[in-house]
Design a protein around this ligand. Sequence first.
Ligand SMILES: *Cc1c(COP(=O)(O)O)cnc(C)c1O
Length: 430
Amino acid sequence: MKLFGAMEIKENELFIGGVSSTELVSRFGSPLYVMDESFLIDTCKNYYRDFKCLENNNRVAYAGKAFLTKAMCRLIYEQGLYLDVVSGGELYTAYKAGFPLDKVYFHGNNKSVSEVELGVKLGVGVFVVDNLDEMKRLNEIAKKYNRKQNIYLRLTPGIEAHTHEYIKTGQIDSKFGFAPVGETIMDAVKLALDCENINLRGLHCHIGSQIFEIQPYEDAVEVMLGFIKSIKEETGHTIPELDLGGGFGIHYTDEDKPKETRDYCTSILNKVDEVCEKLNIERPILTIEPGRSIVGNAGTTLYTIGAIKEIEGVRTYVSVDGGMTDNIRPALYGAKYEMAIANKITDKCNARVAIAGKCCESGDIFVNDICIQKPDIGDILAVFSTGAYGFSMSSNYNKNPKAAVVFVKDGLARVVSKRQSYEELLALEV
Ligand SMILES: *Cc1c(COP(=O)(O)O)cnc(C)c1O
């Protein structure tokens, strides 16, 4: 078990941000998402420094889809970061948080007319345009509002990475972005240059998620700077900005061996310098878009154990009061997590059990076979590194209300998203 940030163990109990697990559950109930605020801040600071945001004008845009609340928007703003949104709802969250919208990148492969309109109206900094239909739609709407909208073009660079493996292909099959086959990229560039209300500022790519290697990013740098060079040669247009996406891997279990933030950043920056010199082009302003690697390890989910069922000679099921509604990743794609019983955390792990969620779905299992401290009814189960794609993917399946989110720091806990009540659960129904 790996302790992150401001986690510590005192008298056989897990403390996060100076607050004990039992205190958190007794004050706020369970399941409970607990975010270590000082760890979040430190991670943002590291990215800001390591990606040379100050010296080189580079940008770190936090990918809000990993975990977005108004409090999170304010936190990343205070750390000088930009923000990626992928929907009108995420954009509205940033707006209501008072996040400066010129520091927002608007992503998505099917932004609706009303989403595009909202983005233009609110003054989103960059639209990351995914396809020609969007470009035309955006140009019309920008015209209506008398704006010249900055855009990046999303390209598929022919590099696809997932965790340990990555592939380079000439042929691209993705719902995202313009592919380097046929003339689609140059068509997009030319259309952008012809659109009166569009200003083509940059290129974008995003090569995958939970990536541990550095090489795919270096390859992406090479390919993307090559595009910038050929666009210059073919149209005379200089592309001053380049966005290399996110996807930096994190530790969930001991099987995962991520690099440090610094290693990803430094390698990317060095590679950009090297390739720019080779191609004889000016270094663009760079953006990266980490999501998971900013929030993942800062989050812990606390559950209460409510039932323990031993099927003799088969398996013991330990059931908790949440499950696929607050964290769908194990059920959705077999994601693995470390977990422990928070109120007896230094006890020996000699109970071999399965941890089950409470949903009426046999796939609602966090883990089939794990050795943990001997569980008792009423114990608190901590599942680690749940900060990314947990709360943001949560649902009301079985009409389970959404769990609360608290930020903890220096011994204090504050609610940033309340637990949903039954009344609120029915608020939309007529
Ligand atoms: C999902 C996504 C990210 C963030 O990915 P992480 O794996 O969470 O770092 C960044 N950029 C784009 C365009 C994305 O779709």
